[in-house]
Design a protein around this ligand. Structure first.
Ligand SMILES: Nc1ncnc2c1ncn2[C@@H]1O[C@H](COP(=O)(O)OP(=O)(O)OP(=O)(O)O)[C@@H](O)[C@H]1O
Length: 210
């Protein structure tokens, strides 16, 4: 039998909050993101995000929830290498948008993240910071209410990391999106209005720490 990883008694996050989630390696931070993102189902209990009772959903329904309500940002960007930055974002742009609207929206977003002149380049032709900027646009383009970022600056040098984290915070604040970011970097966590250590949430960590 698998050992339990995470036991959260109760945790409430208000819409529009920006939270940095910190804690040691292996303490369940990514697992918590996977549960909130509908990647995994809990063994028991309830997970309600934006009115969606995820614990009751089938895998297919969780996939739909994730596509509609969640923007994921990864440490290694996960851009499709054979597509330009623009094409990577076009793939996930809302289907109801006309071609023209999509082009205008993407132009606005790429300008906003400082990639106006680089949007038609392949990921391999972009710096790591630029790749993460493109990945941020991809995550936010449909304005999903929940943005989950798992070590989004983990593979960037410290200066670029600061720029990217500030950009992510600024956009989520302006767009009133809820942002939950896992980071090992306490300095970057300090930029967030709310910081939560996983041991405050995960009762299994606390029990082991005693
Ligand atoms: N798919 C899986 N199957 C079994 N165990 C897993 C799985 N994914 C993670 N674990 C285990 O669950 C625990 C928590 O992992 P998790 O990735 O959530 O931690 P984390 O706090 O994000 O760690 P890190 O900071 O190193 O990324 C670890 O002991 C890990 O080995």
């Amino acid at each position: 039998m698998n050992l339990p990883i995470l036991h959260v008694r109760h945790w409430r996050v208000e819409a529009g909050e920006r939270i940095a989630l910190t804690g040691p390696s292996g303490s369940g931070k990514s697992t918590l993101l996977h549960l909130l993102g509908g990647v995994m189902a809990p063994d028991s209990g309830e997970i309600i995000v934006d009115g969606e009772a995820l614990h009751l959903y089938s895998e297919a329904k969780r996939d739909r929830y994730r596509a509609q309500k969640v923007g994921y940002i990864f440490q290694d960007f996960h851009l499709i290498s054979s597509l330009t930055a623009r094409q990577n974002v076009e793939l996930v742009a809302p289907r109801k948008w006309s071609k023209r609207q999509t082009r205008e929206q993407l132009d606005d977003w790429f300008e906003r993240v400082g990639l106006k002149d680089r949007a038609d380049h392949l990921p391999s032709q972009l710096s790591r910071g630029q790749q993460q900027r493109a990945a941020i646009v991809r995550a936010l383009i449909g304005r999903p209410p929940l943005i989950l970022a798992d070590e989004p600056t983990g593979s960037l040098d410290w200066e670029t990391a600061g720029d990217i984290m500030s950009l992510l915070l600024e956009i989520c604040s302006t767009e009133k999106l809820t942002l939950l970011t896992v980071t090992h970097d306490l300095h970057l966590a300090g930029l967030y209005p709310r910081r939560v250590h996983i041991e405050e949430l995960n009762e299994l960590c606390r029990r082991e720490a005693v």
